[in-house]
Design a protein around this ligand. Structure first.
Ligand code: ADP
Ligand code: MG
Ligand code: ZN
Length: 450
């Protein structure tokens, strides 16, 4: 039995309603609601081999054996490699390099595992041209150019690979549904069928999804809760650096990042990422901080430009730092260092525009602002770590030890940090000077000493 049902789905957030609204009640976006017709077929009537519950002691608990993606940086973001039977979603803007990285990875994996690459956006010839440019030397990678979900599923079943790639989820469609490819209901339905297939056959599945300008995974956004791992592929079109960032991972930590460079021959891993976000120049308006993204410490320069304003409302803009965070830091400086910042415009940007999530970058932001304001460089070869509390105190931070180690590894000579819980001064004697401080005023005393 099949009957047609009409439903209204927001193409931005995936909320379903039974009637049309001009504005989505959930995400408030305008004109994003589209009528979609789905043929409803009860899935519960034709279950053939239903599963039985079993006691825990009958489950074998051998460790998950992951296989490598062929890139150490990619493995790191996945939490240590690809887990068989897992579903990974990679989102990113068109042109950022999603097809490139997965094709390189597929090539490497296919040297030891059975791999199927499904391209729904390009012809076999187009992929071949890329393949040759990427200089891959595998002969066993299977490739299928197809947009029809049933055909794709048939082929996955026939080949039974360890690893399958769908490029991209917005380009494939399920003929049983009347909505167009890329609509929320198509994306959802196709993914859940593919996901079931992957889980039942222990196939690791990698799904590519395009994101919209505002950074949301349109359509795929609604998949985030379905899949095991969600990775964003970030970077700007001007610089050649590309970043993989895990925003959800059932098998590893989130915000883990992998850093690459886009070259003619494809993506190349950056072995020492701290070097690309710092300049090691001692100039006014620049302070280095060590952030933690996932489990990796990373040195990043914070640059500030503070100048007398010509506006009644001074300008504040940020790149790589949350704007509200900047407002808060400015308020703390006004109150606790007693400087009237309302007369100044303030622009803050991180090295390479790297998006920092770690609040311990606050102190670096504050020092770069004060350095620009006074036109004095911070203490030479130094870095600044600590979250600023509203009352001007510098709060303790996670993974301080690994951050100090990273600074030392980079040859930085001084590091200003919140009060340590363990005495590390002996560990780092003659390597790096550790200045422990408890509030912003104390930080200033050390930060500009020449
Ligand atoms: N001949 C080339 N030389 C160098 N880089 C190239 C070349 N062709 C494409 N690229 C790079 O690859 C990018 C497109 O990558 P692609 O994997 O197709 O992106 P996506 O799948 O995310 O849309 C381009 O933006 C460009 O940076
Ligand atoms: Mg592509
Ligand atoms: Zn919505």
């Amino acid at each position: 039995m099949s009957s047609k049902l009409s439903t209204f789905i927001c193409q931005n957030c995936g909320t379903e309603t039974s009637q049309y609204f001009g504005k989505c009640l959930n995400c408030n976006s305008w004109n994003s609601i589209v009528e979609e017709i789905k043929s409803k077929r009860s899935k519960y009537q034709d279950i053939k081999n239903s599963k039985k519950a079993i006691p825990f002691n009958e489950i074998s608990s051998k460790k998950i054996s992951r296989f490598t993606s062929g890139f150490k940086e990619f493995d790191r973001v996945l939490g240590g490699g690809i887990v068989p039977g897992s579903v990974v979603l990679i989102g990113g803007e068109p042109g950022i390099g999603k097809s490139t990285i997965v094709l390189q990875s597929a090539g490497k994996i296919s040297l030891s595992e059975k791999v199927l690459y499904v391209t729904a956006e390009e012809s076999l010839e187009q992929v071949k041209i890329r393949w040759e440019r990427l200089k891959q030397d595998s002969f066993d990678l299977k490739i299928l150019a197809e947009t029809n979900l049933s055909q794709i599923i048939e082929e996955i079943k026939r080949i039974n690979p360890s690893f399958a790639i769908i490029d991209s989820i917005q380009a494939i469609h399920n003929h049983e549904m009347e909505s167009s490819p890329g609509s929320v209901s198509q994306v959802r339905a196709c993914s859940s069928e593919l996901q079931n297939l992957a889980k039942d056959n222990n196939i690791a599945l990698l799904i590519i999804g395009h994101v919209t300008k505002d950074g949301a995974l349109a359509g795929p956004k609604t998949l985030e809760h379905l899949v095991d791992v969600v990775i964003n592929f970030e970077g700007d079109k001007i610089s050649s650096h590309r970043l993989l960032r895990s925003i959800k991972n059932r098998f590893g930590s989130t915000f883990e990042i992998g850093i690459f460079e886009m070259l003619e021959a494809g993506l190349r891993e950056i072995k020492n990422p701290s070097s690309i976000f710092t300049n090691k120049e001692n100039i006014s308006g620049v302070a280095t901080t060590i952030t933690n993204e996932g489990t990796r410490p990373l040195a990043v320069d914070i640059q500030a430009l503070v100048s007398k304003t010509f506006y009644s409302n001074p300008r504040r803009t940020t790149t790589g730092i949350n704007i509200n965070r900047l407002h808060q830091i400015l308020a703390v400086i006004e109150k606790h260092v007693d400087i009237k910042l309302s007369e100044f415009d303030c622009y803050v940007a991180t090295g390479g525009g790297f998006a920092i999530n770690d609040p311990s970058s606050d102190l670096g932001v504050a020092i770069s602002i004060l350095s620009s304001l006074k036109n004095i460089p911070p203490l030479a070869s130094s870095s600044f770590i600590g979250e600023l509390g509203l009352s001007g105190q510098v709060r303790k931070t996670n993974n301080l030890r690994t951050k100090i180690e990273e600074a030392a590894r980079l040859g930085i000579k001084n590091i200003v940090v919140p009060k340590l819980e363990e005495d590390l001064n002996n560990n780092f004697k003659n390597i790096i000077n550790i200045k422990e401080i408890s509030n912003i005023k104390e930080a200033l005393v050390y930060s500009f000493r020449q």
